[in-house]
Write a protein that binds this ligand. Structure first.
Ligand code: ADP
Ligand code: MG
Length: 699
């Protein structure tokens, strides 16, 4: 690839602060910044000036259209383009864009899921500009990040509740900081760095597989002779074709101001990872959505397909996303940095206590936030953390919290010892994490928590809405209790200790993949919600509704709608998968195998015709075996069809989801098992699909 000036390229397609400084009158820029920083309402005159400047800039970047870019509950991003053209009296057009068009859109968009919030006949949905996320030009279109809500003001998207939750945690974290005498900080933001895993496969092979096209994962496929067991792909040398994809990807992302930083091969063959430098949650979310989109586009240009499904292939690792999460102040401090003496860092301990309490009380919400039909294949399958939520603190920090909990103010332990030797506590925590806590779903990694249960396709807004909201709520309870305290130093220690004692069951520093842990977790009373259908009903548990309504992040109606939408999505995904399997089985696999059997039988007959003495045992054995398998396969097809038929009688959404989980999915698994056995006995010339070996090692 040609040389590139990265600083010049970076953000070149973004209407960012540098561009605004350049292009907006000082007063306008100031007013806009007040809106961005403090949420002040934006004056329409200001909006008009901003819109015009944006348009002029976008035209220079080749844009002809604009769109309100939003994130409906489908989890992906949506856009509806409008051109800038406006007719003039002389029969021509000029390019125009008003403040009104910038601030508010009426995309109608009545076909997006709303979980009963909108009937389609009153379809109006609004998009509203989110000035905290910069506009950008993509595909000759000016994209304006927006929130999407109903006519009655209920959120229909992932951004609105995320912004609400960020406000909540800001408010409560500031109260805590004031208690510790911090009068400087005026804003606390949550920060996120999402590590993104993905597969790259050859486009020609992808085109031959209906399962990948319709569902994103392979529904049939016998294991290849080689998988990931040699671990020779992880961090391996990157193949030229993949590298050229990665180079173009980085450049495209940089143009959008996305801080693409790390790229490497992952554990499974054909699997890779991209990690950006962290930023504020709202931006990180928009950027991650954009990253996934750009990955797919750039892959196509290289004759590849980027698979973001959580489990495209059975038998090798699926893809996840690690949500690295922390809290930082506008003065540049990371509130989850334990400093060199965590034992003396009461403020850190208090934030930690809030997180421990929150994760323990809202395990169900964290589990729900990563629930999808695809991610069910990973959680608990010894490749991703189990469906049981626990926190890894590491030995050092656990000891500190234990000491506070039992009032041992003298505790120094070897943290101090090591520190005396001039060694920072962080490297020790880090050392712990690399060896053991790759199995932990929620691990403290030095100055942030890494939530590792996310599937690769997920919109990261969901887990961050949950985290921000329940931690804000815990901080609020702490602030309420401590603000009136007459003996703050003693009371805060007592509160930290009490909280830790009450919630330390959620702390687990051992191997999360082990069976003992599943047993131990059960003893501790921790939840183990294996599938999406198991997890979702907790959405509307009284305590969760109370949490979200009291914090003004969701109304009760919004929660019911989200619960319903997700339930339906689960059933729909499984239904599409089942139908795709049936299509493949009946129209491709059975005819292919029958054809091969015919060839074997014809061969045997021709041999016999030549001479009755020629040995035909092999053909006979193969024909017998494949005929038996085909007969069994057809029975499994029948069973799956019956299950699907039965599902039509179920109208209640939760019952339907349960039915898909128990009956339909089971029937799919059985059909697949026979199909995969047929594959390994059928000539590759006859088998209608590229094999796992070709898919995984073909790039
Ligand atoms: P790993 O060992 O998990 O690969 P890395 O050092 O590569 O860890 O970091 C993973 C991610 O964590 C990166 O995206 C990084 O930017 C992010 N990260 C680092 N510090 C913070 C923070 N304070 N808040 C949020 N994310 C952070
Ligand atoms: Mg990581």
């Amino acid at each position: 690839m040609a040389n590139v000036n990265v600083p010049e390229l970076f953000g070149s397609m973004v209407f960012d602060e540098a561009t605004m400084t350049e292009r907006l009158p000082k007063e306008t820029f100031k007013a806009l910044k007040n809106t961005i920083k403090n949420g002040d309402p934006l004056d329409i005159n200001v909006a008009n000036i901003v819109a015009n400047a944006m348009k002029d800039w976008a035209l220079e970047k080749g844009a002809t259209h604009y769109t309100h870019w939003f994130q409906p509950m489908t989890g992906i991003t949506a856009e509806k383009h409008d051109s800038f053209i406006n007719p003039t009296d002389d029969g021509r057009v000029i390019m125009e864009f008003s403040g009104k068009e910038l601030i508010k859109g009426e995309p109608d968009a009545s076909s997006f899921p709303s979980g009963g919030i909108r009937a389609t006949f009153e379809a109006r949905g609004y998009t509203a500009w989110d000035p905290t996320s910069y506009a950008f030009v993509k595909d000759e279109t000016l994209c304006i990040p927006t929130a999407f809500c109903s006519y009655t003001g209920e959120s229909l998207d992932k951004k609105t509740p995320l912004l609400r939750s960020m406000e909540r945690i800001n408010t409560e974290a500031l109260r805590i900081l004031r208690l510790f005498g911090d009068t400087e900080t005026t804003r606390v933001n949550t920060t996120v760095g999402p590590e993104q895993e993905y597969f790259l496969i050859d486009k020609d092979m992808f085109d031959q597989r209906k399962d990948l096209q319709f569902t994103g994962r392979t529904l049939f496929g016998a294991k290849a002779p080689k998988g990931q067991e040699l671990e020779d792909h992880y961090f391996g040398t990157i193949k030229p074709r993949v590298l050229s994809f990665m180079q173009e990807l980085d450049r495209e992302l940089w143009k959008f101001g996305i801080l693409a930083k790390t790229r490497h091969n992952e554990v499974a063959p054909s699997q890779h990872e991209l990690a950006p430098i962290f930023t504020t949650t709202n931006l990180a979310t928009d950027h991650n959505q954009l990253t996934m989109e750009v990955m797919k586009k750039v892959a196509k240009k290289h004759g590849l397909v980027c698979l973001l499904h959580e489990k495209p292939f059975a038998g090798v690792n699926g893809s996840g996303k690690h949500n690295n999460w922390s809290l930082s102040t506008n003065t540049g401090k990371n509130l989850l940095s334990p400093s060199k003496t965590p034992m003396k860092n009461t403020q850190f301990q208090l934030f930690l206590a809030a997180i421990i309490k929150g994760v323990d009380e809202y395990q169900d919400l964290l589990r729900i936030s990563v629930a999808s039909a695809g991610n069910d294949h990973r959680l608990g399958a010894n490749e991703a953390p189990p469906a049981i939520i626990s926190i890894f603190l590491g030995e050092d920090l656990s000891k500190v919290m234990e000491a506070v909990a039992c009032g041992d103010t003298e505790y120094t332990d070897d943290i101090m010892g090591r520190m005396g030797m001039g060694v920072d506590v962080l490297p020790d925590i880090k050392k712990d994490t690399t060896d053991r806590n790759r199995t932990s779903p929620f691990a403290f990694t030095g100055n942030k928590f890494e939530f590792r249960m996310l599937g690769s396709a997920l919109n990261i807004a969901c887990p961050n809405i949950m985290l921000n909201t329940f931690i804000a709520d815990e901080l609020k309870q702490f602030a309420d209790e401590l603000e009136g305290s007459e003996n703050f130093d003693a009371d805060v220690k007592k509160l930290i200790g009490k909280t830790y004692n009450e919630h330390k069951r959620i702390v687990f520093n051992g191997d999360n993949y082990s069976e003992e842990w599943a047993k131990e977790a059960k003893k501790r009373g921790l939840l183990n919600l294996r599938t999406m259908a198991d997890a979702l009903p907790h959405y509307i548990d009284a305590k969760n509704i109370k949490l979200f309504t009291e914090n003004n992040v969701f109304s009760e109606r919004e929660m019911y709608s989200r619960y319903e939408i997700q339930l339906e999505e689960y059933s729909k995904v499984l239904n599409i998968e089942a139908l795709t399997m049936l299509d493949m089985a009946k129209r491709d696999i059975v005819p292919a195998v029958t054809g091969y059997v015919r060839e074997l039988a014809d061969t045997a007959n021709s041999k016999k015709a030549l001479s009755a003495d020629i040995n035909c045992d092999a053909e006979i054995q193969l024909v017998t075996n494949l005929s038996n398998l085909t007969s069994c396969f057809v029975k499994k097809i029948d069973a799956l069809e019956k299950a699907l038929l039965k599902s039509k009688d179920i109208t209640e959404p939760q019952a339907l989801a349960d039915f898909y989980r128990d009956e339909v999915f089971g029937a799919m698994q059985e059909l697949r098992a026979v199909g995969d056995e047929m594959e390994i006995s059928t000539s590759s010339e006859y088998w209608p699909y590229p094999s796992y070996g070709e898919l995984l090692f073909g790039v």
